[in-house]
Design a protein. Structure first.
Length: 395
């Protein structure tokens, strides 16, 4: 069993490693962190004082200024004023390299036999950490938002996550602090995408699935909810197209595009809505072709136009439940699906002439919009399509 002193040392060492997740994981909503301590003989005030003072003395940049004891029947409170010079890795938050004085209050529960009988409770550590320059704010929730990311503690499910826009969005959500479930048909590509998302230290899992199956959509959502314990964000990024003259398009080709671009989105939304909490967010990946026609891809344009109206309709229906439904409208983005179009220099040149920013989009260009729509930053938005198109629709 790890001793309480070692646990405290690990906690403080995490500050110097800039391991914010390890530091903040010990905080509760009332700005309290708890250290389990059972069967430790600290019945006397001097013993407890030595223990607590020793915790600070174990780090060379701590110096105790004063110690006060407050004795109650079932607990002893120790108030320690410490002085610290902080020159460690957290110095980038500032102020740093100066002496800071802060006070902290620790509660030591004592049982009838004089042993520690529960948890050492350190009150308001966020303030103390801020004072010594270890955190940029005394508001632990502000710290969590700024350092851990706007989606910290949330779970996101991304379909079509093995490549292209879906993969970039999944990575962006992980970078913003979300735990992410990646879903797609290609197991090998999913594993590659997962490795990329895992670089940001959040929990990432993969689910091999074909979302054109309604049953698979429902099973996927249930599996993700079971594995992660919750679901806060759904991103529908699975998509595809079949290009060719409208006069020659087969029923099978038409249905294939509608199944993945529109039908799967509806049933993924339906399944997810049963688990999304108040504040939950659905982000659909639409297209410029939601509002602009596309010769040689009528089925694709029809599916994306339908997706926009589906987004608006679900937004209206679920607003009262606290679930937001929005969409991203990518412009001309370089992906596997668009490679054939951009392989033609003449077509590419014509497209670029219509884009004020003068370049094609990259999948990563969509990640920021997805994080925005998934987070509380867009808490008063629903039923909207945010076009990320380099200014194409402004011309």
């Amino acid at each position: 069993m790890v001793s309480p002193l070692d646990l405290v040392k690990e906690h403080l060492a995490a500050e110097d490693r800039r391991d914010v997740a390890a530091v903040l994981a010990t905080f509760a909503e009332d700005c309290i962190y708890r250290i389990p301590a059972y069967g430790i003989d600290l019945a006397g005030k001097r013993d407890i004082g030595d223990f607590y003072a020793g915790m600070f003395r174990s780090f060379p940049d701590f110096e105790n200024v004063s110690t006060k004891f407050h004795v109650a029947e079932q607990a002893i409170f120790v108030e320690v004023v410490t002085e610290r010079t902080h020159n460690g890795q957290w110095g980038r938050f500032g102020p740093s390299g100066k002496h800071f004085r802060s006070s902290s209050l620790a509660q030591f529960p004592v049982t009838a036999d004089g042993q520690l009988g529960g948890e050492i409770v350190h009150l308001n550590p966020a303030h103390a950490l801020h004072e010594i320059g270890a955190l940029p704010s005394s508001d632990v929730f502000d710290v969590a938002r700024r350092v851990r990311g706007p989606l910290a503690g949330r779970v996101a499910l991304v379909t079509g996550a093995s490549r292209g826009i879906g993969r970039a969005i999944a990575t962006g959500l992980a970078e913003a602090g979300a735990d992410v479930a990646l879903a797609a048909r290609d197991a090998a590509a999913l594993d590659d995408a997962a490795q990329e998302a895992q670089r940001f230290g959040t929990h990432v899992e993969t689910f091999v699935v074909d979302v054109t199956s309604v049953a698979a959509c429902r099973e996927l959502v249930e599996a993700v909810h079971a594995r992660f314990g919750r679901l806060d964000v759904l991103v529908n990024a699975a998509g595809g197209t079949r290009r060719g003259p409208a006069a020659q398009m087969s029923e099978a080709d038409w249905d294939a595009v509608q199944d993945v671009n529109l039908k799967s989105v509806f049933f993924m939304c339906q399944a997810a809505a049963r688990h999304l909490p108040v504040g939950g967010s659905i982000v659909n990946v639409a297209s410029l072709n939601s509002v602009v026609g596309n010769a040689w891809a009528a089925s694709y344009a029809a599916s994306k136009g339908g997706l926009t109206q589906l987004t608006k309709s679900l937004a209206l229906e679920w607003a009262a439940d606290g679930i937001r439904v929005n969409a991203i409208g990518p412009g001309f983005v370089e992906t596997d699906m668009t490679a054939a179009v951009f392989a033609d220099p003449a077509k590419t040149s014509a497209i670029l002439q219509h884009i004020p920013m003068g370049r094609l989009g990259k999948p990563a260009d969509l990640a920021g919009a997805a994080v925005f729509l998934a987070s509380d930053a867009s808490s008063y938005m629903t039923g909207q399509v945010v076009f990320v198109d380099g200014g194409y629709l402004s011309v």
